[in-house]
Design a protein around this ligand. Structure first.
Ligand code: GAZ
Length: 265
């Protein structure tokens, strides 16, 4: 191997983080990307690299050493290819960047919990929790860069950590009718979100792609698992998503068949 390889799932928000970072550095070709089909069992050689865990992305360097966890891989890429820094350079600003990043796990878990939930009695709780996190981010951005768009003057490390998650949350718009209220308490975070989603380095996925591929999540089945009665996962590469219809939105009442989702080759 002459360059590092990242084993990934193209639709995964965690691997999109690394793609965005490389794009910002103008180094999209510095790392090879190798697609793993999440609907099939992981190959043994991959499990050897990870010590048995199955989550992706995983980076393998030229000396055959492996790193996992997207936030760790981001730091590695940032520090190894340091000609065009994306992370802040000043220690205090780095601190603020990390502080915002610490909010990303709860943000991800809440959004994914919300889309996967099929119990109507719990829907409002997920919505409120997600809104509370958005409000908290609004406060943070308002405190540290009230008049700006991103956390600092340009799209940086903390912004790019959240962007793939906010893009995935298109599934909340489609399946839950969730949008951020146009209220004063969300105005700063709305400006940030809109600019993150529109950033040229973050255009790896589209609305229809997210909605179609994540159908199984919306009916409660994550990570390539298949709902009962279905032979194929909505994450399948064949037929590819552009050739399939938009899925039904009534996720609480029923689970669509392979045929209805256009999953039959
Ligand atoms: N912490 C890791 C990182 O790299 O940052 C997480 C990586 C990860 O979860 N990767 C997923 C994976 O490879 C794909 S993206 N899964 C296959 C496997 O065998 O583990 C997120 C959720 C969630 C469900 C799914 C995902 C998700 O909550 O996007 O919450 C954040 C998976 C139920």
């Amino acid at each position: 191997m002459t360059k590092p390889t990242i084993y990934h799932i193209p639709i995964c928000p965690f691997s999109q983080r690394v793609e965005i970072l490389l794009e910002l550095k103008g180094l999209r070709d510095a790392i090879d990307f190798y697609v793993i089909d999440i609907t099939k069992p992981r190959p043994a050689w991959l499990l050897d690299y990870t010590g048995g865990t199955t989550a992706l992305p995983v980076l393998v360097d030229e000396s055959d050493r492996a790193l996992k966890e997207s936030l760790v891989i981001l730091r590695y890429v940032e520090e190894r290819y340091d000609a065009r820094p994306v992370a802040r350079q000043e220690p205090f600003e780095r601190g603020l960047e990390r502080l915002l990043i610490t909010k990303s796990d709860a943000f991800a878990n809440t959004g994914y919990g919300y889309v996967m939930n099929r119990d109507r009695a719990r829907t409002a709780k997920f919505r409120d929790k997600l809104l509370a996190i958005y409000r908290d981010i609004d406060v943070f951005l308002s405190q540290h860069n009230p008049d700006g768009t991103f956390l600092f003057d340009s799209f940086g490390l903390a912004d790019l950590v959240f962007t793939p998650l906010m893009l995935r949350f298109w599934f909340l718009e489609y399946y839950e009718g969730f949008t951020l209220p146009e209220a004063i308490e969300f105005s700063r975070v709305l400006r940030w979100r809109d600019a993150c989603l529109a950033h040229p380095a973050a255009q790896q996925v589209s609305f229809d792609q997210i909605v179609k591929l994540y159908y199984d999540y919306a009916v409660g089945f994550g990570n390539g698992a298949r709902p009962d009665g279905r032979a194929r996962s909505s994450f399948t590469f064949e037929p590819d998503w552009p050739d399939r219809p938009m899925p039904p939105t009534d996720k609480y009442d029923r689970i669509a068949s392979d045929a209805e989702l256009g999953l039959i080759p």
